[in-house]
Write a protein that binds this ligand. Structure first.
Ligand code: AMP
Ligand code: ZN
Length: 489
């Protein structure tokens, strides 16, 4: 079997390249994970969802994927947060690892194959620093160890920054331990009250960048296929990872570098330091997790994405349309046998469109457009079938429903039963609008009685009463169902 023709944008070459993995049929992917000093925000969640879909799609395409995403559980921000709460830094980090796992599960993010933590990788980190010192790429200075950027001939090849420009205005300050302004810490000597570990340079802790060099090599080898993260990590974090790993191993660290664009709020990158953050767990009390995924995936991962409550409400409304379609289709064809025969409207073309979009640098927006076409055809076939042959309509609907099942695991969408998803959405809308469900059910009973008595004026009046409260009713083959318009509309 020839390898699937996936193309992906490589930040290193600034071009789309054909995915040709180091070992045919296998992919090793490393994604820089969260710094666990607080709850993640939906900007972080966008990046993690993008790579979640990359991994899912590679598996869908038949690759055996090893997915590594780390936890930065030793870091200045963690130490600072722990001083504020009075906890031990390691305990605070462990608490936020658990919080992250809950959030990730709620967003239907796949659990990576390996989720290493800095605090559990110290021997490997010390070993790689030692190697860099031995090879002359790093130097010790009063218990700290620094990477000597001027020793690395191709430093900044990923970000394409100009070293002279980077140095402008930078100088080594009195009291600094480093020799040159661009040098960065691999190891920091212990300060009182900070977590520390033994090392050949005395007690201390790792600098930020070295952990990813140590962890990726430990779990994926010195050279692996894909390295990912958000755009803000290109410089200095990924640049420094490359400098460390490639100087230590004399091998190319990652073949492809993928970066996810920012989630912005009112024109600025969502970030804790700006204070413009929406926590993932808060967002998930207001919006369905699949709707949040849908919102992320409706824009290509490399493009900026602007967050707004309205955009989330629109995503959820769109998902409701999809789930209502699925409910209708299931009512019509689930478990039924239709005589074998031809299908209407080439249902297989949607899979081809979906795969073409995803093969083109994981273009999830194009993939969703293909799905829109598929759902439009399902609606047409259930509401006003363009063909008379009922068996052909049934067969085609079953084939289309099967296509939805196939792709839902790639996107992490439509994984619920339609009835359950729609009920959950309705429950949330009921709470938001303060609707009295017992009263709605009483009115529905009155309407059913009026209809049975053929008193259509009365049944219309009751429908109107419900509508005033935001309750919409639909008579389906399976009985009367009702839904609630969200509070904002
Ligand atoms: P951090 O915990 O800050 O290291 O971030 C975890 C991941 O989220 C990294 O890959 C960041 O690049 C990414 N990230 C942070 N802010 C945003 C944002 N506003 N939009 C998209 N990705 C982000
Ligand atoms: Zn990293």
């Amino acid at each position: 079997m020839s390898p699937p023709p996936i193309r992906l944008f490589n930040t290193m070459s600034m071009q789309k390249e054909l995915l040709e993995t180091l070992v045919p049929g296998k992919v090793g992917i490393y994604v820089c994970g969260p710094t666990v000093y607080s709850y993640v925000h939906i900007g972080n969640a966008r990046t993690f969802t993008s790579f979640d879909v990359v991994v899912r799609y590679l598996r869908y395409r038949g690759y055996e994927v090893t997915y590594v995403r780390n936890y930065t559980d030793v870091d200045d921000k963690i130490i600072k947060a722990a001083h504020e709460t009075g906890e031990a830094p390691v305990a605070l980090a462990a608490r936020f690892v658990e919080a992250f796992r809950e959030d990730a599960q709620a967003l239907h993010l796949l659990e990576p194959d390996v989720s290493p933590r800095v605090s559990q990788t110290i021997p490997e980190i010390v070993a790689i620093i030692q190697k860099l010192v031995d090879k002359g790429y790093a130097y010790e200075s009063q218990g700290d160890v620094y990477f000597s950027v001027s020793r690395d001939a191709d430093y900044a090849k990923l970000s394409k920054r100009n070293l002279e420009e980077l140095c402008v205005g930078e100088r080594v300050q009195p009291g600094d331990q480093k020799r040159e302004p661009l040098d960065f810490a691999l190891w920091k000597a212990a300060k009182p009250g900070e977590p520390s570990w033994d090392s050949p340079w005395g007690k201390g802790r790792p600098g930020w960048h070295i952990e990813c060099s140590a962890m990726s090599e430990k779990y994926l080898g010195a050279s692996f296929d894909i390295h990912g993260g958000g755009l803000d990590l290109i410089f200095p974090h990924h640049e420094n990872e490359i400098a460390q790993s490639e100087s230590a191993t004399d091998q190319r660290m990652a073949k492809y570098w993928m970066h996810c664009g920012f989630l912005d709020l009112e024109g600025a990158k969502m970030s804790k330091s700006l204070g413009n953050v929406v926590r993932l767990r808060d967002a998930l009390t207001r919006v369905d997790p699949e709707a949040l995924r849908f919102f992320f995936l409706s824009t290509h991962y490399r493009h900026p994405l602007n967050f707004a409550d309205k955009a989330l409400a629109d995503a959820e409304a769109r998902l409701e349309y999809f789930y209502e379609t699925l409910r209708k289709v299931d009512e019509r064809v689930a478990g039924k046998d239709f005589a074998a025969g031809p299908l209407h409207g080439e249902p297989g073309r949607f899979r081809a469109e979906f795969e073409t979009a995803m093969d083109d640098d994981f273009n999830s927006a194009g993939a969703l457009a293909a799905l829109s076409g598929l759902f439009a055809l399902m609606n047409e076939l259930t509401d006003k079938p363009p063909v008379k042959d009922k068996a052909m309509v049934g067969r085609t609907l079953q084939a289309l429903r099967e296509e939805v099942r196939r792709v839902s695991s790639v996107l992490g969408l439509f994984e619920d039963s339609p009835a359950e998803w729609l009920l959950r959405r309705r429950d949330r809308a009921v709470r938001e609008r303060g609707i009295d469900v017992a009263q709605v059910e009483r009115l529905l009973g009155e309407r059913a009685a009026a209809r049975a008595a053929k008193n259509f004026a009365e049944s219309d009046r009751v429908r109107g009463l419900l509508k005033e409260q935001g309750v919409e009713i639909m008579d389906t083959p399976g009985g009367t169902v009702w839904k609630v318009a969200p509070a904002s509309t």
